[in-house]
Design a protein around this ligand. Structure first.
Ligand code: BG6
Ligand code: MG
Length: 218
């Protein structure tokens, strides 16, 4: 096994808990359209791009929509979502996450973000982490969203690391699949913690320190 030198973090549901904001914003749009939408459907949207998320929601819509109308719905959701993101502050990153990130950095690991979101930089700026990571790969630099490995492969490239040297941290099934497809190890938490394809299961974010040996041991 190759030495692990880097961690690539999903953002939504791993570093910050924006899941509820995604839910509220989609719910508002779905209610207006008379479309059934609930938490179980919301779980299927984890790691999935905005337009693919909309297609999943529209499985419960009886009419036919043009691409223009779909774009308008996605835009409507994003506007509500960003209003909610505006309320975020550095306090929205838990002490556990902050301390663990700093400890990993102190142990000499490179750290990157690998997120499907086009709002990733905005969120990182709101919580004061925009300049913290060594690389950011997000929805603005990919053509294919998770479970395609592109976002993580790009993150590894930006870091100058091989995929085999990286551990991806994910809360989504689609994200674990993406990591494995990219040749990386996957540490799963939250919703994805029960996924058998994960290489490591995290009960808390700081469990990462157990799979990240100190410098001298590496
Ligand atoms: C992912 C979320 O991080 O980003 C998905 O898990 C979301 O639920 C996707 O659909 C795209 O986000 P955005 O901010 O570009 O609409
Ligand atoms: Mg996520």
């Amino acid at each position: 096994m190759k030495k692990i030198t880097a961690f690539i973090f999903d953002l939504d549901g791993v570093i910050v808990f924006t899941d509820q904001f995604h839910y509220q914003a989609w719910k508002k749009m779905a209610d207006r359209m008379g479309i059934h939408f609930d938490e179980a459907i919301n779980n299927r949207l984890r790691g999935v791009s905005r337009m693919e998320s909309l297609e999943i929601i529209l499985e419960n819509y009886n009419g036919v929509l043009s691409l223009e109308e779909k774009n308008a719905l996605a835009e409507e959701k994003n506007t509500s979502y960003r209003e909610l993101l505006h309320t975020m502050t550095p306090g929205d990153v838990s002490q556990d996450v902050r301390r663990t990130l700093e400890e990993l950095r102190g142990r000499g690991y490179k750290l990157a973000i690998g997120s499907s979101s086009k709002n990733a930089r905005f969120i990182l700026e709101k919580v004061g982490l925009l300049d913290f990571f060594d690389a950011i790969s997000d929805g603005t630099n990919i053509t294919n969203s998770k479970p395609d490995p592109e976002v993580f492969v790009k993150a590894a490239e930006y870091l100058g690391e091989s995929p085999q040297s990286c551990i991806v941290v994910e809360d989504a099934y689609a994200g674990v699949d993406a990591a494995k497809a990219g040749g990386m190890a996957a540490a799963a938490m939250g919703d994805a913690a029960s996924y058998e394809k994960a290489d490591y299961v995290l009960q808390s974010f700081s469990d990462l320190l157990k799979i990240a040996p100190e410098n001298e041991e590496r």
